[in-house]
Design a protein around this ligand. Structure first.
Ligand code: WT7
Length: 632
């Protein structure tokens, strides 16, 4: 079903309708999907509990909307072109019909293991088609998927399995990433030693590496599906039944499980996909994210499939075998819409330009950016060298919690301004608040970015801890959803994201809580205490700077630093390793014992004076010491 807005005038019209008559607006969009039973009310909500319900009383199965619905007309259409890690490896394509049968077989396989509606299934997988199949097989039978990015360590996996009380893990023996192979199965084995909820581990063979098999518990993926029927009746789900959990970092504590539900998420991911990317039938779309992040959930799997799109899915990394891999893939599949992160752009900008110019990129109609602020230099390079100055470049701001894109240009339709994410999508009512929590209405101002009205794909809760959801998102400003970001709005109402205003850092588009990294560091035998801050990093956007207090240990400094770095790798994953670790005698604290992060941030940014008011500091001499040892 085509849900596209075709002009800026239509955008303005639809936007205003979505704000003044949200029920009518969303009723119209939702009616274009296949429901088993229509809803009784479009939206019921309050941001105090919070309680948010969309399409209540409606019943559906999302997989019928993204598979069955397309079979008759588009059964032979390619759903995915899968591109392997190395260009010489064999790539594969899968049609909607083939995908449907694969999903049904695995769904039946899961059922044969006793997985039922509401059970949680963890997916810890490479970027292969079976990951998509696993996700959809869960959705088919009403099991809740919780995908864990395969770059997380076994400890991180363990925490998430325990929190979700998952029954099954779907994994692979290992994965290919550039010239490295990563063993996944042994990570799972370690992770689940303590997880009593796990009954089975399904293992896909990707590397032919014969992993250890624990009999009865471990099941070969292909063995499980080979004798299953290729049809599986879709479980009937209430619109507000859980579709998935996705863990994400916050400013405090362990990562929390953001919960998305079936009806609203379906409606919004499809609507936003078609509009933001202006996807037209027969276009080839490519989102380079990993399926383990929300970008992959919404714009590799759900949004494109719901819209009957053909997408590329890529196993490898942008720099292997060389920095031209992305451009070569665009050329190979004649990609029309390309969606990636500023980090990738910044890193690819430094390679020989010939890697870009030798490929034919003329199929591109639109290029997009996501995950972190895009700086002007990267914006210009992306627009000129990749988009050849004639493709709209859309920046898209959103979050794990929002489920879909909130602020963005609609490709080629709304005005474009370098480094600005643009306008809110229909249905999204963003506001800027000041320090007192009052809405700022003046043009050209900055404030805390909040959202005033619910939208279909917003988070409903944090798994197992509703209070935490309330405290994190709905308590800072009464009656608003608080995003954690600061933003600027220009005189035309366009938004530019400034960055997080809490203790969350964004490293290469990956989100970490500073507290979470500190916890990992503090588990190291040398560490007594630590403080982690972000600092500007030319490629990653933000780098991780860790100040670590160690005892009076005689030892090789580098060895201690390596050991601390290893702890982060062990407890979170290599992706969270600090870029800089400075060993210090003590941390600057106020008399009441609070770490003065503001000062530590300045030092990490290279600003070694003008610390503002330091009168509450307990021991100012510590600052001198820290400055002496600062890591350049
Ligand atoms: C945080 C959310 C959106 C999916 C990937 C990240 C930052 C996201 C942008 C953008 C500036 C951005 C925000 C946000 N962010 N997109 N276009 N410009 N900042 O999802 O891991 O939940 O992270 O990423 O700070 O709050 P996430």
């Amino acid at each position: 079903m085509d849900l596209r807005i075709r002009s800026f005038e239509q955008y303005q019209h639809d936007y205003s309708k979505s704000i003044t008559q949200p029920d009518l607006f969303w009723d119209g969009i939702a009616s274009t999907f296949k429901w088993k039973k229509k809803w009784n009310s479009v939206v019921e909500w309050n941001f105090n509990d919070p309680k948010i319900e969309w399409f209540k009383g409606g019943q559906l199965n999302i997989t019928e909307n993204l598979l069955d619905r397309h079979l008759e007309k588009d059964g032979n259409k390619i759903a995915f072109h899968w591109e392997a890690n190395h260009p010489n490896d064999i790539s594969k394509s899968i049609t909607y019909r083939e995908l449907y049968h694969e999903v049904c077989k695995l769904a039946n396989g899961l059922k044969s293991l006793g997985v039922k509606k509401g059970d949680r299934v963890c997916i810890y997988m490479p970027m292969v088609l079976e990951s998509v199949v696993s996700i959809l097989a869960c959705a088919r039978i009403g099991a809740v998927h919780s995908i864990i990015f395969a770059g997380f360590s076994s400890n991180a996996l363990e925490d998430r399995i325990i929190d979700a009380k998952a029954k099954v893990v779907i994994t692979a023996d290992g994965l290919n990433r550039g010239d490295k192979k990563v063993d996944l199965k042994s990570m799972v084995d370690i992770a689940i030693e303590t997880c009593s909820s796990i009954e089975n581990v399904i293992v896909l063979n990707c590397l032919n590496s014969s992993p250890t098999v624990v009999s009865k518990r471990d099941i070969d993926y292909h063995h499980l599906i080979e004798s299953q029927k290729n049809e599986c009746e879709a479980e009937i789900m209430d619109a507000e039944d859980m579709l998935f959990i996705l863990y994400t970092s916050g400013s405090t504590g362990k990562p929390k499980g953001v919960v998305h539900t079936c009806g609203g998420y379906m409606v919004y991911t499809s609507y936003s996909f078609q509009n933001v990317f202006q996807y037209e039938e027969n276009d080839v779309f490519w989102c380079t994210a990993d399926i383990g992040w929300i970008t992959g959930h919404s714009y590799i799997v759900y949004g494109p499939l719901l819209s009957g799109a053909t997408s590329v899915i890529f196993e490898g990394i942008p720099t292997y075998p060389d920095g031209g891999r992305f451009w070569q893939i665009i050329d190979k599949y004649k990609v029309n819409q390309f969606y990636t992160a500023p980090t990738a752009i910044r890193s690819l900008m430094s390679f020989d330009e010939n890697l870009v110019t030798k490929q034919d990129l003329s199929s591109l109609k639109l290029i997009g950016s996501v995950g972190e602020p895009i700086n002007e230099e990267a914006w210009n390079w992306y627009y000129e060298k990749i988009g050849k100055s004639n493709c709209p470049l859309i920046d898209t701001w959103w979050q794990t919690e929002t489920g879909g894109v909130m602020l963005s240009g609609l490709g080629g339709i709304s005005p474009m301004k370098a480094t600005y994410a643009g306008y809110p999508l229909p249905g999204i009512d963003p506001v800027l608040l000041d320090n007192e929590g009052k809405e700022i209405h003046e043009a050209d101002t900055e404030g805390y970015l909040c959202i005033k009205f619910p939208w279909p794909s917003m988070l409903r809760t944090t798994y197992g801890d509703h209070e935490r959801c309330k405290n994190t998102y709905f308590s800072n400003y009464n009656g608003y959803y608080f995003t954690g970001d600061g933003a600027k709005r220009d005189e035309n109402g366009m938004f530019r994201i400034i960055g997080r205003v809490d203790d969350v850092i964004n490293v290469s588009g990956h989100r970490f809580g500073t507290a979470e990294i500190e916890d990992a560091i503090n588990k190291n035998k040398y560490a007594i205490e630590s403080a982690v801050v972000g600092y500007p990093h030319t490629i990653k956007g933000q780098g991780i700077y860790a100040y670590v207090v160690i005892g009076n240990i005689e030892g090789d400094e580098q060895e201690i630093i390596n050991s601390i770095s290893e702890s982060v790798s062990k407890f979170i994953g290599k992706i969270a390793k600090p870029d800089k670790i400075q060993l210090v005698k003590g941390l600057p604290k106020t008399r009441s014992g609070k770490i003065m992060r503001r000062i530590l941030r300045k030092i990490a940014e290279g600003e070694l004076s003008n610390f503002g008011d330091t009168s509450t500091l307990l021991d100012p001499s510590l600052i001198e010491d820290i400055i002496k040892g600062v890591k350049g």
